[in-house]
Ligand binder design. Structure first.
Ligand SMILES: [Zn+2]
Length: 291
């Protein structure tokens, strides 16, 4: 008797940040078209991926991040939850990491797009992380809660508004809007607007170590780190998204800090370096020991 698997194994990548342990939890992937990228042709995109020895498909990792400091259990983003067929493996990854959904004290959102909030509400309509505060930018909360804006949005965006509103309504009593600065001890919110108005990252600091979860600063890292000018159709304000990406890459290279991102290629941790007039990156490999 033999069998042949039809899906990838669960993805977990654990890393120390000072006294805190961060686990990258792969939620699966999402498929998009390269035609959604602006200021670059599909052929140019495919050539850049080929040059980086990447598969040519427009298939991007979706990850969430577990942060455990021994006092609190925090989750950053919740994956796609299967919305549009995106992601949905977070519950299994979390179980493999030894954490029950009820143990999560806070869920921190980088922004309210479906591939980041889709895992918040279960098929029974109840919060998956029943004991968690739901923390996100006040700007982001206001944007997706604005009925006038939702009604005026293109048809294709209506399900995104509906999903965000449902997630917020379900977490009514647990919502904590934030502006900037300390969110929970050791984690600071950094506004990175452009992709969405309230898009942001979370800086995890412990001792001398820092990890920045930079949200959707890139969707196709092999393209947008080398070509930060390339935007994606989902950017609410492409010019602002481009400027924020440049500024963030500049800071990441100058500080040489560890970066995590929901759409970075799993195992999901990189360092950005300057390369010529632009940037490049090195992926940190999965390590068998907890470093
Ligand atoms: Zn995303």
């Amino acid at each position: 008797m033999s069998s042949r698997p039809t899906s990838q194994a669960l993805g977990l990548n654990r890393r120390r940040v000072g006294d805190t342990v961060v686990t990258v939890l792969n939620d699966g992937y999402l498929d998009l078209s390269f035609e959604l990228l602006a200021d670059i042709t599909v052929a140019e995109t495919e050539a850049m991926l080929a040059a980086a020895h990447r598969p040519p498909d427009p298939r991007f990792s979706v990850s969430a991040f577990l942060v455990q400091d021994g006092r609190r259990t925090v989750l950053i983003d919740s994956g796609g939850g299967g919305f549009n067929g995106w992601g949905g493996r977070l519950p299994d990854a979390l179980a493999a990491a030894g954490v029950a959904p009820g143990e999560i004290d806070a869920v921190l959102l980088t922004h309210a797009h479906p591939d980041h909030i889709g895992g918040l509400v279960g098929t029974d309509g109840a919060p998956v992380f029943a004991n968690a505060e739901l923390i996100l930018s006040d700007v982001e909360l206001a944007f997706w809660s604005d009925m006038a804006r939702a009604n005026a949005a293109p048809e294709a965006m209506q399900p995104m508004f509906a999903l965000a509103r449902a997630a917020f309504a379900t977490h009514d009593k647990a919502l904590r809007p934030i502006t900037s600065g300390d969110v929970v001890p050791g984690i600071t919110f950094v506004a990175l607007p452009g992709h969405t108005p309230g898009h942001g990252g979370y800086r995890i600091s412990s001792g001398r170590d820092t990890l920045l979860v930079w949200g959707d600063i890139t969707h196709v890292p092999d393209v947008q780190i080398k070509r930060p000018d390339v935007t994606i159709a989902f950017d609410a304000d492409p010019d602002q998204a481009r400027a924020t990406r440049l500024k963030t890459l500049d800071m990441a290279a100058a500080e040489h800090i560890l970066i995590a991102g929901p759409h970075l290629n799993f195992p999901g941790l990189i360092r950005v370096v300057r390369s010529g007039a632009g940037f490049d990156f090195y992926e940190e490999p999965w390590c068998p020991a907890l470093i």
